[in-house]
Design a protein around this ligand. Structure first.
Ligand code: F6R
Length: 237
């Protein structure tokens, strides 16, 4: 594992964008798994500025609330397009998101995994980390699921993500997420964390223990993880 502690969010975003850009330049048909949420927005902004060629890149968004309307500005799909895809030259047919309106979320998840397998798996996945150590929407649990699946969000995540929704809106209580198996099969994993509120989750990641009750700890078993944090997130390591 390679660990970087940056001075602040901007430095973290800039470094992460360099690492992702290196991957894209080195393999112009990279298959990328991308998180949404607040953490990677600066990274995506930096990547946009680089004016790289994304025309051969395939992108898989790693999660989606369920149910949620595709036009809801808080859906992961909307967020990914708004913060990144609409500003790069990726081909729309190469961008894959989970449909929060799917009538059958289980087959939506199954198809998502099939598409990833068809591409030969992910070359790189870019993750954030939840306050409770979730990655994607793989929430702390006794058992974690390898494949893409519909699952319940924990009360803590619902509360954490309420910041994205209007006060009168209900935060969805379920999500579809790329599973731990797919994330772990990625050749490279980049984990981003910023802010003092992530310090506890990050310190668990570095505690030398692995546990499904903090899914991020399992990243210690992957052969190629780069974790990029700001000082605040790294303050309890
Ligand atoms: C969302 C996702 C989540 C977030 C995590 C942190 O696609 O994968 O795991 O990365 O909830 O969210 P932020 O970045 O908003 O703190």
């Amino acid at each position: 594992m390679i660990k970087f502690v940056c001075n602040d969010y901007n430095e973290m975003s800039s470094l992460a964008s360099e690492i992702i850009a290196g991957q894209i330049v080195g393999k112009p048909d990279t298959v990328l798994g991308l998180a949404t949420g607040g953490t990677p927005i600066g990274t995506y902004m930096e990547l946009i500025k680089k004016r790289l060629d994304f025309s051969k890149i395939a992108i898989f968004n790693i999660g989606e609330y369920y149910p949620i309307s595709n036009s809801n500005t808080q859906s992961n799909r909307f967020q990914l397009f708004d913060s990144f895809i609409n500003k790069i030259n990726a081909k729309r047919e190469n961008v894959h998101t989970l449909n929060g309106e799917a009538a059958d979320p289980n087959s939506e998840c199954e198809n998502f995994d099939k598409k990833i397998s068809h591409m030969g798996g992910l070359d790189m996945v870019v993750l954030g980390i939840g306050l409770n150590g979730h990655i994607g929407f793989n929430e702390p649990a006794e058992r974690l699921i390898l494949s893409c699946h519909l699952g319940d969000l924990t009360a803590r995540t619902i509360e954490e993500h309420a910041k994205f929704f209007d006060a009168d809106e209900t935060v969805p209580h379920k999500s579809m997420t790329m599973g731990m198996g797919t994330i772990f099969a990625a050749n490279r994993i980049v984990l981003l964390a910023n802010g003092a509120n992530k310090a506890d989750a990050v310190s668990q990641k570095f505690s030398g223990v692995i546990t499904t009750t903090c899914p991020a700890t399992l990243l210690n078993l992957h052969h190629d993880v780069t974790i990029i944090m700001d000082k605040a997130a790294a303050s309890k390591i």
